[in-house]
Unconditional design. Structure first.
Ligand SMILES: Nc1ncnc2c1ncn2[C@@H]1O[C@H](COP(=O)(O)OP(=O)(O)O)[C@@H](O)[C@H]1O
Ligand SMILES: Nc1ncnc2c1ncn2[C@@H]1O[C@H](COP(=O)(O)OP(=O)(O)O)[C@@H](O)[C@H]1O
Ligand SMILES: Nc1ncnc2c1ncn2[C@@H]1O[C@H](COP(=O)(O)OP(=O)(O)O)[C@@H](O)[C@H]1O
Lengths: 446, 112, 446, 446, 112, 112
């Protein structure tokens, strides 16, 4: 509790700092704007209202993926007595990341590159960003908040492996630390001009930054937290899972097609690849289940769709429709076996398969991007099938580096929290359900 | 007076209820219960992992009746709730010491 | 099950075929693009980022109509024990249609017209479509996936009449066959340059192609499947119905205003007509119910809104606001009586009134478009009230032709499936609920 | 019931009137269009497809806020037995307002200003509005329906204080009267060129018009209706509350960023301010609760987010990011104490805290806009901190005038309804639940 | 020792419970049940089609008490649960052979 | 024949059920109930206002058994359901007049 109050105080302090800095900025910013206008004559970037329209909406769509999309997807999968706690984990992650992103997250990721490792803190509290600042053809503010939504969902995704046993206070601290020392650097490396970007790793919309990052952190945490008392998946409300899947799918169009950062043909192919991979992945998961476990389930359809969406993420703006189909087929059965066979064998308790789906399908997508990247779709990427085997190696390096870094950082964070505040709730409270012990409320009074 | 308590399959409830009504039974109380018995439960399947549901949804019907009616009530329930398959359920019969109607305070058989 | 495996194999085979063809295409496509650029000088179509932005989002909105919109609308109306099966029917329909559409659906509908009947298979696997291919002012990829979402929801709509008794495997086969031989031809006739288009039938966003088509197929199937053991509407969860209605309404703006294929005034009038018709139809349904059945229900409001959305669909970009109001009033009480009086009398078991609402309101809309089409709104259409009685006749023909064709084709498809795999689950399993027997899962573990 | 039938008849009559007037208009409208084109040469406003794309979507997003957003947010908070009635109140409000808005609402708000009080009835039934009519750079039809969604949600918001006891018929009448004599004038005063606009009151997206307006009406009604039999908050289904919060948050981007009426940097800053205020407000509410009531709740997170969204509404396009953070912090704890401490003390029964959240946070936002409005963000507004203390006074006047006017009008309306039809259901029916007595249906058949 | 089983209207539960507590009754067990009786159910309406709900939600209260308390308990329940309208419910009284407290293993009256 | 009725903590159900099965008990019926007793409920918190939940979720297990088994069943339940904390629950024992198996019509002990 004291910790919480401290956080509150820090927040308020930083705000005042921010007001001060903002006032400093109030004067120069028109000057900056003027300069931009002066230097605008010939081919200077100009705001495009169409691109801006699309990116505003894309941002809102990605926001929707976390609240309520992922929150309800995870909430519906958890046991009835843990529903609200599971939802609250995604909800609070989105809120905390939203605040920290505008304070320091954006500048550490997209500020001037320092040593290929991290961005410079020049835009703390978004100082220097003005209403007419542009990022490409769209307002910089939109770019900032678009990227914010990616950071937020990445953190929230991790929770899927930790639920039904982690203390809510521990999770709150985790969100702050993990976003800061795990997400920001990796995002900088790949998108902010860091070393993986320089190496030429392809990641259209976040296979590595978002899904492998979150998936590996999920696995590490699942192992460190240990097993739940009731180590079994009993979805409290599958209608919420379908709802969550639908909102994720919808939002993913903003995620993937929005990563074109413009309303153009590249957004178009990213969109259709996204839909195709999700759809075929759902069908393949269903058929795999039908032949392997005798019945096709709705949860299987939903899981397959999500796996397909994850796998196509790094590839969406690089591959053609056939590439998308192959990627979707792979994400339809490989994660299934990871979840249904590998997990029970290895014995880690990844409650909602955050690793099994996001980690595995993210890796499939990252690697296959190195195979199927088609230069006629996007000049920026050319894969194995198009005569560039080096790309495949680069993809492996990016996946490997990320996985190793995240493993180390996540372990450290969890160890620190364990010492500071403890990680797990009492066994008895766990059985009773975390909704009551952590929040004192109940999902349904029916 | 006796209490007849029958555990039956839920989809037989309407039929049994209607038959008892025809017999002149004016009231009964029904509870959703879970049964464990010779009939085994089913398997649910989440992400490829089987999950054994060992209980089976049943309904319990409670009817309080005068002694003279017990025989008829029991045979009506047997007739209507019977499917011939395992899990059709049981009927338990208990003695009752008294009945009171809350609305009027009447006691005994007239309160049923 | 064998059937399923065969489908899987076919899918994988076709994918490889696709890769081959895609690689063939990889070379020519830049050439095509070049040619387009060369021929671009004067008045060649150019990508408009605003139109593109709108159509990307419109497509995502229509996607949302099926998953989770319609899926939850139908799922909430079904009995508790059949909830997941009902949802899965819409879900799997969307997925299968998504895949088949990019393989052959698009080209058979929008490929070069062959004999006014069907499109040519020139764009199998979207071959020949490049990142810079345009359809009007938007990327062709976006046009393709926009049209995909229409095909998907049409198939999913049919399920409303079949639920709570049809085998899931039978439905999967139905989706494939019905989309192929019922939807694709009708869509081609009306939108792809087929004979109804040539006749001048007006269908702005799919009254005939989507709603009459689906509604009639629903009726035919309801008759052929026969009655459920428990032939009564007991909505398991009306909050899902409201949610579904809201998402359908929202998505319908993409459906109707998106059918302008541009961000312009026509999209504007289509939008406001859509909202107005839905709203007044909901109010009229409520008032009808209030005077006829003594109580205004929330389900009545939702049903009225959906009926209004259906009825305005063919008319949205043709009529003025008064036309929209009249159409909305009609869809507020005529389907009510179809559902509450006609259905019990005729005795067919259209479980969720897919015919009663989509078939009837779709017909109302298609006919009234022939009455109210206002040339000052859209030059392309002029109805009875504006001195063109011939249009009314054309509308009747389009409705009639579609209804007859769909009746024949749907009957055939169901007969075939009945022989191949059987249509209905066992009576006992039906009473027990299809969630358990078809999927082995349960909607709520509360 | 008779009343209802009368309404129906009036509706139908007005429609015929509308058809007549529309036909009158059919001729002149091309002429108008022509004139516009003639006068278009130099700097005449032209349709911008990007702005249009954004505003079409923004409108759809705001629509989504009421159905299903607010409907489910309120529905989930109400007792199980009152869920559907609560939902129906929002649903029917949206529908009725939608219809009345196109008939007379739009013109009375945005028609030529008459005496700074109300708009002229020149555009009854939208007469004179053509497909190519513009409002700025977007089709007028889109502007009309964008504004419609604001009117609708304002009325729906009020219901939060009235639920679980008001007759459904009384609510239907209330919607018609309150929208007409409370909402339309206030909206005209602030946005339609009325006296508050002339005074320079700042209200970017509706702090005064929407939230204070609705919040005060809620309070007045809560007092006049009296307490419920069971005067306690027992949320029937908190998952619906989260869903509603997510949809509100998403839609609020359309609400606030859409109030820029263009896809530009102003929309950008409004967007990021909206997200930031909501997020920090949620976190602060949670921390306040954590220290004050020992546990952080999910309902607290959701309530805080909504309060933040409300508070930032008038400020979104005027303040910089630090202003947004301070506003969000204030809305995170002040409404908490209003709801948890003040309400029980004063004893009014504002069932879902429509006043406690919308009224209080709306006032916070309106006042703080007068403090933080930063002219480098938006030239139109300069607050206390930027050397313009007069703005603060203007803001107080706007809040005060609105509150007084709404109090009077709402009391009158409720008195009239009380005499005409009665306000409350029987006590026994209230305990039994309004779903059964008012609608004869049940939310869940689980 | 006796078991007193009362079927009452759900909204009377709190009142009855509080009154019994005051009387010194230290424990009771409550079950949600559906009642069929003279009081008839209500009609639901979906898409214009009426749907008869024949059961009525009730709660069953079970109290085990020593013989000396039975009279008072019964009259308290009658007093509090009575609305004078059909459907107020019934009280059934059964003999009980034994009571055991699981926590301590105590038997008989001291276990109540 | 007797009916043994045990009110226990829900999370002990599986253990008790398995132990009874091992003992040779072939059937039982389980109901979700709410208990009021010495163990007090918990507090829920909505928008800063506390809301006292006075009942505690429990499950009721009903087993009908021949007289000779009663002792063993009772001690098994005590053993498995005991946590030593307040609220572990009670066991009530009733006499039973008859049992009938619906499927076969068998009566008496063989019907159990
Ligand atoms: N000894 C018992 N005590 C209490 N309930 C029992 C007992 N045996 C069976 N039941 C109830 O009766 C139901 C049916 O019993 P089961 O053994 O499955 O089939 P059958 O009635 O055909 O013998 C069980 O699910 C359970 O609810
Ligand atoms: N013979 C009976 N056996 C068991 N329960 C009964 C019997 N008669 C009535 N009940 C229960 O008592 C409730 C109230 O009975 P009802 O006949 O409606 O009114 P009243 O108690 O005023 O006579 C019923 O809903 C039912 O649950
Ligand atoms: N007199 C009683 N009659 C019926 N049920 C009782 C009685 N006393 C207790 N119970 C049931 O047993 C449960 C446990 O009782 P409680 O007094 O909390 O603890 P303990 O069993 O440890 O004495 C209660 O929740 C209630 O369901």
């Amino acid at each position: 509790m004291k910790l919480m109050l401290n956080i509150l105080i820090i927040a308020i302090l930083t705000v005042f700092a921010g007001i001060v800095s903002a006032e400093d900025v109030a004067q120069p910013s028109p000057a900056v704007a003027e300069m931009e206008e002066v230097s605008a004559p010939a081919d200077a970037p100009k705001l495009d209202t169409g691109d801006t329209a699309w990116m505003i909406v894309a941002t809102a769509m990605v926001m929707l993926m976390t609240i309520p999309g992922l929150a309800l997807f995870y909430g519906g999968l958890s046991k009835r007595k843990d529903t609200l706690n599971t939802i609250a984990m995604s909800f609070v992650a989105f809120c905390i990341v939203s605040v920290l992103w505008v304070i320091y997250g954006y500048t550490l990721t997209f500020g001037t590159d320092m040593l290929s490792i991290i961005g410079a803190p020049e835009k703390l509290f978004l100082s220097g960003v003005a209403v007419d600042s542009l990022s490409g053809t769209i307002p910089e503010y939109i770019f900032i908040v678009f990227q914010l939504t990616f950071a937020a969902i990445t953190v929230a995704l991790v929770s899927g492996a930790y639920i039904e046993r982690i203390k809510f206070s521990a999770w709150v601290i985790f969100v702050i630390l993990w976003m800061t020392i795990a997400y920001l650097p990796v995002a900088h490396w790949v998108w902010g001009g860091g070393f993986l970007a320089k190496d030429g790793a392809l990641d259209f919309a976040g296979g590595t930054v978002v899904h492998i990052n979150a998936g590996v952190a999920a696995l590490v945490g699942a192992v460190m937290l240990g097993k739940r008392q009731e180590n079994v998946l009993i979805p409290g409300n599958l209608t919420l899972v379908v709802l969550g899947t639908g909102l994720l799918w919808f939002g993913w169009f903003g995620f993937n097609a929005g990563s074109a950062l413009a309303a153009n043909g590249l957004a178009g192919i990213a969109f259709i690849n996204t839909n195709t991979a999700a759809a075929i992945s759902a069908v393949v998961w269903m058929l795999t289940e039908w032949s392997h476990a005798k019945k096709p389930t709705l949860l299987g359809l939903a899981s397959g769709a999500v796996a397909g969406l994850v796998a196509i993420t790094p590839a969406a703006g690089f591959v053609n429709i056939s590439g998308a189909i192959v990627i979707g087929i792979c994400s339809g059965f490989i994660p299934y076996f990871a979840v249904a066979s590998l997990k029970p064998k290895l014995g880690y308790d990844d409650a909602l398969d955050a690793f099994g789906i996001h980690g595995i399908a993210g890796t499939i997508g990252a690697i296959l991007t190195g195979v199927f990247a088609d230069p006629s779709i996007n000049e920026a990427g050319s894969g194995l099938l198009y005569g560039n085997p080096g790309q495949l190696a680069t993809q492996f390096v990016a996946v490997g580096v990320t996985a190793v870094y995240v493993t180390i950082v996540t372990s450290l964070i969890l160890l620190i929290i364990k010492m500071l505040a403890g990680l797990r709730v009492d066994a008895e409270k766990e059985v009773e359900g975390l909704d009551e012990s952590q929040h004192g409320e109940k999902a349904y009074n029916l | 007076m006796k209490k007849i308590e029958a555990i039956i399959k839920p989809f037989k409830l309407d039929e049994v209820k209607d038959a008892l009504n025809e017999l002149g039974v004016q009231g009964m109380t029904v509870t959703d219960v879970k049964g464990f018995g010779r009939q085994k439960g089913h398997v649910e399947l989440y992400r490829g992992t089987e999950f054994q549901i060992s209980f089976i949804p049943k309904v319990k019907i409670e009817v309080v009746a005068i002694n003279g009616m017990v025989e008829k009530i029991v045979s009506t329930i047997i007739e209507k709730a019977n499917t011939g398959k395992i899990g059709d359920g049981k009927i338990f019969i208990y003695a009752l010491e008294d009945v009171i109607r809350i609305r009027t305070g009447e006691k005994g058989e007239s309160a049923i």
